[in-house]
Design a protein around this ligand. Structure first.
Ligand code: NAD
Ligand code: ZN
Length: 382
């Protein structure tokens, strides 16, 4: 992706989830490295063990390594950003390497990559010597605006995504926007679907601001990228401040993820996570309308933001029954007692207003209504 530079960016925030606090910075350009070195020096590490995303350009990894080496001895390990290799075996191999190169409790694991490698590095940091410090240098917009705003570090089991993990906070997140210049536009649009979700489900007062910023070509200036990230910090900290384990108020972050996950799985990864979640939000919005929650204007607002982002708003070539089958296996099962013929959903009663049913953010929706929601995103209907 190309970004226009020129304006210097310096956003310094502190993220607070429960008792956990960590600094979260956004920078661009050469000053970013100077400031990063200063922040890293303060951490007084005896060594950095960088887990670098193997999909990054070699120059990106070399630059990061050169900068970190000026602060402390730096070792670079590599991890592939694929869901197949996002496993405990990969973490174990990295842990063996980490210990073999002489890491101590004073060492710091640095995740240099997207959300996937960030999770692998995060779990590694959480396990080595029962937990050593973690620094995130995210390289995708999703990692900058979503996955590093979470304490969850997990890898996949053979049964499903992110089944094995720990809560392990970073001590520093450094968002160096220059990294995003090599990212595919599709990755940017996909990440922005989660930003759309945050605004629809948590901070609708930011609707106009987001609508103005979004553009279908995904070519953003650094200031716009920083604005997206800032918007996500506000939304995520609002719901996670008192729920850092993401089990109550933060469940709203799962909006759109029920049908979304099913579509992602059915497409065998060809539909990006964010696009699948966008479709999932549209299905959920229609269900909510059926149940008297959202109105037509609210549903149109979903379409407008997704359209402005150049995201999918309908999809062909899938079967409602296949989606339903996968939804029944969805991982939110267990929050409320399952009921045959109904599926668990996070729904909205208005923009920014999650529906609460019997004190829970999970609503059991009759399968007939679920079918109406799914049908609304099937492209032959349009
Ligand atoms: N709570 C959490 O921890 C949390 C939240 C959201 C997502 N996640 C996880 O994050 C992962 C998705 O993260 P993602 O969307 O960042 O995708 P990703 O990490 O899979 O990266 C996408 C692709 O972009 C490449 N890439 C990364 N940075 C690049 C750059 N600067 N230039 C060029 N290519 C680059 C990667 O090699 C990969 O091929 C999933 O595994 C998901 O489970 C975790
Ligand atoms: Zn998501």
């Amino acid at each position: 992706m190309e970004t226009q530079s020129g304006q210097s960016i310096a956003v310094d925030r502190e993220v607070r989830f429960g008792a956990v606090r960590y600094p979260f910075h956004i920078r661009a350009g050469q000053e970013s490295w100077v400031d990063l070195r200063r922040a890293l020096t303060r951490l007084d590490a005896d060594r950095f063990v960088v887990v670098a995303d193997s999909g990054l350009p070699a120059t990106t990894v070399a630059e990061a390594e050169a900068q970190l080496s000026r602060v402390a001895p730096t070792i670079v390990l590599s991890a592939d950003a694929t869901e197949k290799t996002k496993t405990l075996e990969t973490v174990n191999t990295l842990a063996e390497q980490t210990i073999r190169v002489g890491a101590t409790r004073q060492s710091i694991v640095v995740g240099l990559g997207g959300g996937l490698v960030g999770n692998v590095a995060g779990l590694l940091a959480g396990l080595v010597f029962r937990g050593i410090r973690l620094v995130h240098l995210p390289t995708t917009l999703l990692a900058m605006s979503d996955s590093t705003l979470s304490l969850k570090q997990g890898v996949n089991s053979r049964q499903g995504k992110n089944h094995i993990g720990v809560f392990h906070p970073p001590v520093l997140v450094w968002n160096h926007l220059d990294f995003l210049r090599t990212l595919a536009p599709e990755e940017v649009r996909s990440a922005l679907c989660e930003t759309v979700k945050n605004v629809l489900a948590i901070t609708p007062e930011r609707y106009d601001e987001l609508a103005r910023l979004l553009r279908t070509d995904a070519r953003y200036a650094d200031v716009d990228l920083a604005a997206f990230i800032d918007l996500c910090i506000d939304a995520k900290t609002a719901v996670m401040a008192e729920d850092h384990r993401e089990k109550q108020s933060a469940l709203v972050l799962e909006y759109g993820h029920t049908v979304g996950h099913a579509i992602e799985l059915l497409s065998d990864g060809t539909v990006h996570h964010g696009f699948a979640i966008g479709l999932g939000m549209l299905a959920a919005a229609r269900m909510s309308r059926e149940l008297g929650g959202l109105d037509g204007a609210d549903e149109a607002a979903h379409h407008e933001l997704l359209d402005r982002n150049g995201a999918l708003t309908s999809l062909g070539g899938f079967d409602t029954d296949d989606v339903l089958r996968l939804i029944r296996l969805d991982n939110k099962r267990g929050y409320v007692r399952p009921r045959t013929g109904a599926c668990d959903f996070v729904l909205l009663d208005g923009l920014g207003r999650p529906r609460i049913t019997n004190g829970s953010m999970i609503t059991q929706v009759d399968e007939d209504t679920v079918r109406v929601g799914i049908a609304s995103i099937q492209s032959e209907q349009h």
